[in-house]
Design a protein around this ligand. Structure first.
Ligand code: ZN
Length: 481
């Protein structure tokens, strides 16, 4: 009889401060595959589950069983309806297709659902209740997971990514799948140690000076004989739950004391380095001065309006200042404003429109709407294939989109809130990013992976929005330090 592995892809990074919930519609307009639809669609991408499929393709004696593949752009909590739908789907498959020899979870690790502040912890607990404690339950996690004690207790192995921008999703999935394979083959019994460090780390790249020594230490420790994986998660601080913060996960080939000792070594090193884990943000005028002074294209990335962390994507701070200072030659991706897009579609390509553009989500955060006269340069359906290393192969859908020319600057106005991290967003809308003086995006770190091809200088900004990259800007009610 074939060994069956239950697979689940259910991903959401929840910003509990964001105004919009992650409801059915939020998942349906991103990724929503159920049952037999899951594998053919996941194979077209380079996700963690894709790696699992690729690895076990060669194994005649193993059968992967699909449940769901759901993903929504980060926003407010996952609704009860969605969470119940997914858990019901999983339970139906378990009862119909069991028994199972193992579980592969492709999850984020910072999901908050209505009634489930620890979304993934509760999911894992449910799986343990149904499937018992004998079989391996392994999971790949985003680097921004808030790993809880419950998740660490219920999972046999947890692997957060090692990169930010996240360019190792597939590789992380492959590492998890290989561990699962070895466990199923009886070649090892993983022992995992977990440490939580209740520190709210600002958004830092794995390549930053502050973090690099920690990644080097983790890599060195992972070379110890008997050690399988030494990884740490940065945590996600716009999620006000009790167990928010950084965490360490060490997995060994069954040697629990080696796992504990190694986890302490890395956790101690992280704690020592906390004073250095800071991020600085420049004011907008200084950033614009640099952009005007420098040769070539300069990128300004406003992290606080990043739809990839729960921002709306509608802020107008940068466009407003460009217009006030009479600066031209900028291309902005994006300003979310479905109503303005409708007005542009009604007017048609080539026409002039008067708009109250963007800035509608919050009068303080978003900068308020901007009264502009704009030329409608191009209208698109807002869909394009992401070709960069982050979410490679995923067709992203920004909804109906208008490319506007406003006083010598180009602005992509979209109908759906998505993180514009792939430089392809410009090419697919007829804009050559290398020919622009300034590129504006709403992304924290991911944009670096592709914007670096045309822009040597990339300046992160924190101008205001629901996704401020500064932990001190949030008021927490639930977090326990
Ligand atoms: Zn992340």
């Amino acid at each position: 009889m074939k060994k069956k592995i239950l697979t689940v892809q259910f991903r959401h990074e929840t910003n509990t401060f964001a105004p919009k919930p992650a409801d059915m519609q939020a998942f349906r307009c991103n990724r929503f595959f159920v049952g037999e639809e899951v594998f053919p669609n996941v194979r077209k991408m380079r996700t963690e589950l894709t790696a699992c499929l690729d690895l076990f393709d060669t194994r005649e004696d193993v059968e992967l069983v699909p449940t769901v593949a759901l993903y929504a752009t980060p926003c407010g909590p996952v609704t009860e309806e969605v969470y119940d739908f997914v858990t019901r789907q999983i339970l139906t498959v378990i009862r119909k297709e069991g028994p199972f020899a193992g579980v592969f979870l492709d999850i984020h690790g910072a999901m908050v659902a209505e009634g489930h502040p620890d979304g993934e912890g509760d999911l894992m607990e449910l799986l343990r209740r149904e499937l018992g404690w004998e079989i391996p339950i392994v999971a790949s996690l985003d680097l921004h997971a808030n790993v809880t004690e419950k998740m660490a207790r219920c999972a046999s192995a947890l692997f957060p990514y090692n990169t930010y921008p996240h360019v190792d999703m597939y590789e992380t999935g492959m590492a998890v799948a290989k561990l699962l394979e070895k466990t199923l083959d009886g070649k090892m019994q993983p022992a995992m140690a977990y440490r939580r460090i209740p520190f709210l780390q600002p958004l830092l790249s794995h390549e930053s000076e502050a973090l690099r020594p920690l990644y080097e230490l983790a890599e060195k420790l992972s070379q110890t004989p008997g050690v399988v994986s030494v990884r740490f998660a940065h945590g996600f601080f716009p999620a006000d739950i009790e167990e928010m913060g950084m965490s360490v996960m060490v997995i060994t080939e069954g040697n629990a004391s080696l796992a504990e000792k190694t986890a302490d070594t890395l956790a101690d090193a992280i704690r020592e380095r906390i004073p250095l884990l800071t991020a600085e943000y420049m004011d907008l005028d200084s950033a614009l001065d640099i952009a005007l002074r420098e040769e070539g294209t300069v990128t300004l990335a406003d992290a606080s309006d990043n739809p990839g962390a729960g921002g709306m994507g509608d802020t107008t701070h940068i466009l407003k200042r460009l217009l006030e200072r009479g600066i031209t030659g900028a291309a902005i991706a994006i300003i979310l404003d479905p109503e303005s897009v409708k007005a542009c579609i009604a007017a048609g390509e080539g026409s002039l429109v008067q708009l109250q553009l963007g800035g509608w989500s919050d009068p303080v955060y978003s900068g308020g709407p901007l009264g502009v006269t704009a030329k409608v340069v191009k209208l698109t359906d807002g869909k394009f294939l992401q070709t960069g290393p982050v979410q490679h192969g995923v067709i992203v859908d920004f909804g109906d989109t208008a490319v506007l020319e406003i006083a010598g600057n180009l602005v992509l106005v979209t109908s759906l809130s998505r993180q514009p991290f792939d430089i392809e967003i410009f090419y697919s809308h007829g804009i050559d990013p290398a020919k622009q003086k300034i590129l504006v995006t709403k992304s924290s770190i991911h944009y670096r992976a592709t914007f670096c091809k045309v822009s040597k200088t990339m300046i992160p900004l924190a101008l205001g929005g629901y996704a401020s990259p500064i932990p001190g800007n949030y008021t927490y009610k639930n977090w326990k330090q």
